[in-house]
Design a protein around this ligand. Sequence first.
Ligand SMILES: [Zn+2]
Length: 396
Amino acid sequence: MNAGALCARHYETGAPVRLSWENGILTGLGACPSAESDLWVAPALCDLQVNGFAGIDFQKDGLTTENLLSAVRQLRAAGCTRFFLTLITAPWDHLRHRLSHLQNLRRQSTELQAAISGWHIEGPFLSPEPGFHGAHNPAWMCDPAPHHLRQLREITAPDPVLITLAPERPGALDAIALAVSLGFTVNLGHTNAAIEILRQAMAAGATGFTHLGNGCPRDLDRHDNILWRVFELPQLQVSLIPDRIHISPALFRLMHRAIDADHIHYVSDAMSAAGAFAESPVPPVKPRRFTLGNLEVEVGLDQIVRQPGKTNFAGSALRPIDGVFRAAQMLNCPWQETWKRFSDQPARYVGLPAGMQTGQRADFCLLRVDHRHACQELRIFVEGVEYSQTGDRKDS
Ligand SMILES: [Zn+2]
């Protein structure tokens, strides 16, 4: 029987707690007389935007169960036990078949079901404007129609789905209302919509904004641009990529001042290069090429992902655990403050269980953090079972 207990400091309160579980479910979280001062327990990370990981590109056709398991295990080793598998803009039928194929693989594996909590469909209903389309191919974009959303629901039911769309596209406002009625969460993103359209999109049911500060041109009008417009819409739940590259540290800090802390969560927007570098025994000496769908992208020595010869970013090479600590460094705040924005807050936003409560799945991280706020040890538990950094069960 899978059962156990441990004492560590709760990441939010700092108080020693005793966590116990049975058959994969948390059965208790109560006070404990003492715990080691540098040992912390925190909910496992939850990433709502993952395009690929550890050399596996989710935009590729013909992926196998082994491919997906390999990415899932490396994500888990990076502290993330639940994520939304993200598909980006592709010709619609292509995207649909890709999603069906991935869903079929997932249905055949309990390990994949536990890790892939839902789907993020980012495109093809995005802005084709230069700079706003990012790495998405404008030629494959289209206006959202009811049959698109119904097809998505048919393939994914009953899983949670997050859609990112640009509300200025014809038909988008009706599509948002339909998407919400089908149970989807709708984010705005890769958009240059006017503030009135953004407000109408929210009235239709859109609740979030995807990777603010990205999916827009480097140079923006100082008087009126998509950042300022979103800052004026405090009800939106905003995702940010905390890799220190997609958003400069200064802008990252300003965003945390302009937006309520409860309305920010982090995503990696990771593509296949993420985690692949970590496996390399020696640091790379020259840029490496990976794929993001049909795009060939280059990951430089700075770990920035670009299309060769272009300046815009194309996904990140960020591991979720590194995102928590980089965010804390940029904000000059304790890691405990940024941890929840990469765990409970995104989970709550899409309706997944959150908060390390009894009765929930016993997924958590056990960390040792030194006095310089660097993570020295990370242990991952999924349904009460500890997994090693190579993805194997550590049944005792
Ligand atoms: Zn994007």
